[in-house]
Design a protein around this ligand. Structure first.
Ligand SMILES: C[S@@+](CC[C@H](N)C(=O)[O-])C[C@H]1O[C@@H](n2cnc3c(N)ncnc32)[C@H](O)[C@@H]1O
Length: 331
């Protein structure tokens, strides 16, 4: 992290304003409406049925943030805004930005949570239950997660992996990346029904229908995965942080049971270093978990210890980047 100074304190304090201007413009489709042309605010407010005065002011604020440029009454998207926020392509950022907008209002509860903790009376997050929110969340995981999936594929030995489980697999970016490494691996992706619908779109789009079986399930009920102890590899990528420590240990124990002897578990988590003082992304992400889930972020050492307690041997930790640490163990 760069040193803190007066300017950084002020820009962090006001950061929510910058953030909300971007999130609202993306949510309402303003970048898309401008597209690769130059448009007036009246054209945009007319096309999107928005208030003309508010649209004019928001578009000028977007110029203030460098997200648009202005000339002679017309506004143009900045090149990277045009590239990342005007379509719903897998290499864009429109879904993850909508997902951030869904989180926005929940973050304003943080003061209250600091006093009362995670009370049962708070309305649960709708990220998994509301179709639209779920779709943006899961497509967003593809947008920001496919590069990590490719890095995981580079780091993991797929030799002899005939059958792999991707538990809480989301948009199937791991089967996609790992299938290219071993053309013989078959995958079972287990997730909630809403998410499986989205995963099905990716599996079709990337021609993986013959290689990825999609299973609608509650992942604590791993019976659905087919008990037969015949998995060579099971992945838990970015799923443990949303549940309690006891549930994490329960799930790791269940994964142990579905693996064949010599099979491996692979955890990918936004994990902290063992001193719990870095890197920055898991320290900040922990607050998102405090606000929205029963979970938290873990140290790589905690995850390694849970694998050993479940009976896994040869436990190894490898940090891929600040938001991703791999913890692997063998049955
Ligand atoms: C943060 S996403 C991670 C997706 C993907 N593994 C990745 O690394 O990007 C968590 C996933 O776990 C799924 N999930 C969470 N709790 C679940 C449960 N109890 N049963 C089944 N799926 C669950 C969610 O639907 C979502 O797809």
């Amino acid at each position: 992290m760069p040193d803190i100074n007066q300017d950084r304190i002020i820009s962090m304090a006001a950061g929510f304003q910058y953030s909300k201007i971007l999130l609202t413009a993306n949510e309402l489709g303003i970048f898309k409406a401008v597209g690769d042309k130059s448009k007036t605010p009246a054209q945009v407010s007319g096309a999107l049925k928005l208030d003309p005065e508010a649209t004019d002011m928001l578009m000028r604020a977007l110029v203030g943030l460098g997200l648009m440029t202005y000339k002679a009454g017309r506004f143009t998207n900045a090149p990277d805004v045009q590239k990342y926020l005007t379509g719903d392509g897998d290499d864009g950022l429109a879904c993850i930005t909508r997902h951030m907008n869904h989180l926005y209002s929940r973050w304003s509860d943080l003061d209250d949570i600091m006093k009362k903790g995670r009370t049962k009376r708070r309305a649960p997050s709708k990220l998994l239950t509301d179709r639209k929110q779920n779709r943006d969340f899961i497509c967003g995981m593809f947008e920001i997660g496919y590069d990590t999936a490719k890095a995981v594929a580079d780091a993991v030995d797929m030799t002899g992996v005939a059958k792999m489980a991707d538990i809480g697999g989301g948009p199937a970016q791991y089967p996609l990346a790992l299938s290219r490494k071993n053309p013989d691996t078959k995958f079972v992706l287990a997730d909630y029904p809403n998410t499986v619908k989205v995963a099905r779109e990716y599996v079709s789009k990337y021609g993986l229908k013959d290689r990825v079986k999609l299973v609608n399930c509650e992942f604590f009920d791993v019976k659905e995965l087919g008990i037969g102890n015949d998995y060579d590899l099971a992945l838990l990528s970015q799923v443990l942080h949303a549940v309690s420590d006891d549930k994490c240990k329960e799930l790791i124990g269940k994964v142990y049971r579905i693996l064949k002897a010599g099979g491996r578990i692979l955890i990918n988590e936004n994990a902290m270093d063992d001193d719990k003082a870095g890197p920055p992304p898991p320290l900040i992400f922990a607050i998102n978990m405090l606000i929205n889930t029963a979970g938290r972020t873990f140290t790589t050492g905690e995850l390694a210890a849970w694998l050993r307690q479940a009976g896994f041997k040869s436990v190894k930790v490898k940090r891929l980047h600040q938001r991703s640490a791999l913890i692997e163990g063998r049955k």
